[in-house]
Write a protein that binds this ligand. Structure first.
Ligand SMILES: [Zn+2]
Length: 270
C-alpha cells in the first residue's frame, strides 16, 4: 500500500484514448475497506497509464443490503483517496444510469434474450436442498454459492414464464467445456465448466426478483458501459463456483453469449 497516498491525484487526462475503459464498482453495503482502496487505486492508475476512461458504477442491486448513506460515503472516500472518474452516478455520462438499481430494464431484456435462446431454466431447489448438495465431497470450495448439483437443469418450462419472479434462474453451462483466458496480472487461467467440475449452473436471477450479480455485471460491462478492462479482487476468480462464470472478465459461457470482450485483471484480495 506504499503508493497509496491521498495527496497524489489520479485524474485521467482529457482527450483520453477511447479504447480503454475501466471501472470502479463498489457495493454500498458497508464502508469501503483497505482492500477496496487498493483495488480501486490500481484501477485508477491503469486508466491513467492507458490514457483511458474511468467509470464509477454503484452496485446497489440488493435492496435489502444497499444503503444510500454508504453510496454517499463511498464517493466521498474515493474522492478523498484522490481518485477521479469521468462517468458515474454523481456526474452522469453517455451510458447511464450508473446505479444498478436504476438499470432493471437492461437486465430484464438480457434475461428475456437468454430465456428465448434456451440458456436458462427455472430452479425451484430450496436453500436446504442446496445446502445438502454442498456437503458432497467434491465441493471443497464454498466461498460463495456451492456448485449447483444440476437438479433442475432438464426443466423445459422456461418459455412459460413471462417474468423471472418466483423462481431462481440458472444458466446452463456447457458440461465439460474448457474456459481459458489470459489475466493481465495472474497470467493464463483455466477452468472447466460443468456441475461436476469447477463451476456449475450459476444464478442469473433470484427468486426474490433481484437480478443476480453475475448477470448484472456482464450486462453493464458489455452492453451498456463498454468496459474494456475489468479489475477485480482475486477472490472473485478463485471462488470459481459462482464468481468466475458470470464475471465479465472471464471468457465464460455467459460472457460469450452476451458478447463480452473485457480483459481480466485480478489482484489478490487483502
Ligand atoms: Zn434447482
Amino acid at each position: 500500500m506504499g503508493t497509496l497516498s491521498p495527496s497524489v491525484s489520479l485524474i485521467p487526462r482529457e482527450g483520453s484514448r477511447k479504447s480503454y475503459r475501466g471501472r470502479l464498482a463498489p457495493s454500498p453495503t458497508g464502508l469501503l475497506h483497505i482492500g477496496h482502496a487498493r483495488t480501486f487505486w490500481i484501477a485508477a492508475r491503469r486508466a491513467i497509464e492507458n490514457q483511458g476512461t474511468l467509470i464509477l458504477r454503484n452496485e446497489d442491486l440488493d435492496p435489502q443490503r444497499s444503503r444510500a448513506e454508504f453510496a454517499r460515503a463511498m464517493i466521498e472516500d474515493l474522492l478523498w483517496l484522490g481518485i477521479r472518474w469521468s462517468e458515474g452516478p454523481d456526474c452522469g455520462g453517455a451510458y447511464g444510469p450508473y446505479s444498478q438499481s436504476e438499470r432493471r430494464a437492461h437486465y430484464l431484456e438480457a434475461w428475456r434474450r437468454l430465456r428465448d435462446g434456451g440458456f436458462l431454466y427455472p430452479c425451484i431447489c430450496s436453500r436446504k436442498d442446496l445446502a445438502q448438495a454442498a456437503s458432497a465431497p467434491n465441493d471443497a470450495e464454498t466461498d460463495d454459492e456451492p456448485v449447483y448439483p444440476g437438479t433442475c437443469r432438464d426443466r423445459k418450462d422456461a418459455p412459460e414464464f413471462m417474468e423471472p419472479v418466483g423462481a431462481n434462474w440458472r444458466f446452463r453451462v456447457p458440461d465439460g467445456e474448457e474456459v481459458e483466458f489470459a489475466d493481465l496480472n495472474l497470467g493464463r487461467q483455466r477452468f472447466v465448466a460443468g456441475n461436476n467440475f469447477d463451476f456449475g449452473d450459476f444464478l442469473v436471477w433470484r427468486r426474490d426478483d433481484v437480478p443476480a450479480y453475475q448477470l448484472a455485471v456482464v450486462v453493464d460491462d458489455v452492453a451498456s458501459c463498454q468496459v474494456s478492462v475489468g479489475l477485480r479482487m482475486e477472490s472473485s476468480l478463485s471462488a470459481g463456483n459462482s464468481g468466475c462464470p458470470g464475471n465479465p472478465n472471464c471468457r465464460t459461457p455467459l460472457t460469450w453469449t452476451m458478447g463480452c470482450g473485457a480483459t481480466p485483471c485480478g489482484y489478490p484480495l487483502m
